[in-house]
Design a binder for this molecule. Sequence first.
Ligand SMILES: NC(=O)c1ccc[n+]([C@@H]2O[C@H](COP(=O)([O-])OP(=O)(O)OC[C@H]3O[C@@H](n4cnc5c(N)ncnc54)[C@H](O)[C@@H]3O)[C@@H](O)[C@H]2O)c1
Length: 351
Amino acid sequence: MKKNLVVIGYGGMGAGFHVKNALTSDVVNLLGVYDIDPAKQESARAHGLKTYDSLDAVLTDEQVDLVTVAIPNDDHYDTVVRALKAGKHVLCEKPVAMNSDELDRMIRTAKEAGCIFSVHQNRRWDVDYLAMKAIYESGKIGEVFDIESRIHGSRGIPSDWRCQKKHGGGMMLDWGVHLIDQILMIVPKRIENIYCKLDHVTTAEVDDGFQLHLTFEGGCRAMIEVGTCNFIAMPRFYMRGKKGSALIRDWREPAEIVECTHWSESEVLPVQTAAGLTKTMAPRDFVTTECYAWERPHSDVHDYYRNFVDAIDGKAEQFVTHAQMMRVMRVMEAALASGEQNKVIAFDDTL
Ligand SMILES: NC(=O)c1ccc[n+]([C@@H]2O[C@H](COP(=O)([O-])OP(=O)(O)OC[C@H]3O[C@@H](n4cnc5c(N)ncnc54)[C@H](O)[C@@H]3O)[C@@H](O)[C@H]2O)c1
């Protein structure tokens, strides 16, 4: 049976994603919305939606099974905890909390209340990420020793609450949370250390981009880069294995793979570079490599709510677990600390 949902926050994500998808969902029934801003309430009503007058009105409505919290980051904690204490299941937007202390208390509250509580890591449904994960797991390019994940824009950080520290602004919490989660889902290894450089190109208050380096046990490395002052965007994903490389130039494009079928070449012809010759950097011939595109994986964003509802019904484990939520939060904290202190941070990944 469908679960009754109320979306809290009728802004970009609440109205533009959760309400929109709920209206075509096969597992949730949208009862209404609540937004603190009367103009947003009016807009919701103009779109034919029922609005609640307050958060209390949502939480005391016995028909409500679950709430989706899509409001600025610094308000997640209070709203989530109140909803859990009222016995509602809670799906919270990312980043789930401002820090790991808050998250720890949210998780404990959810356990005490016996409610499902998860974070909307919707970018686990990105086809570029799914392709890279599948390539990693296929072994087609051999043992992977390096992954680069980038997202580049050129408009600076948005000028709303996202550029203010007190509201949980900054690109680490905004985009880092997605890209870190994706890398941790791809590489099934413990992180040993973290190093991060924070950008402050357009504002000193929060990071408006960063370059984060993760070193995993066994030496595999990942570099995650978010930029908001990149007028030429670098490729979205680049992955190197001992037997090949994979590249996604743009999230709209499929992954390209060059697989090394024979390590040794019979003859390497030197190439002329700007002012010299090189054999080392000469491109490989087509006899020792195979080049092909990776089929775009299937993805359906409705699967997030389907899993959430199955978890409520005890039919499935929640897809984004508490342990995963906490790990991503701790990596972000370590990354910000590394950036602020300009040093490598040893990461205890056994916690
Ligand atoms: N998963 C994703 O892909 C994704 C994308 C964008 C934003 N987000 C996240 O969604 C959340 C909201 O972002 P947004 O872009 O929709 O922001 P937004 O500013 O467009 O909308 C936020 C809405 O929340 C309302 N609001 C503020 N405080 C409230 C409160 N205490 N109770 C009820 N309503 C309140 C505001 O009036 C506003 O309408 C953030 O946590 C953000 O990080 C996630």
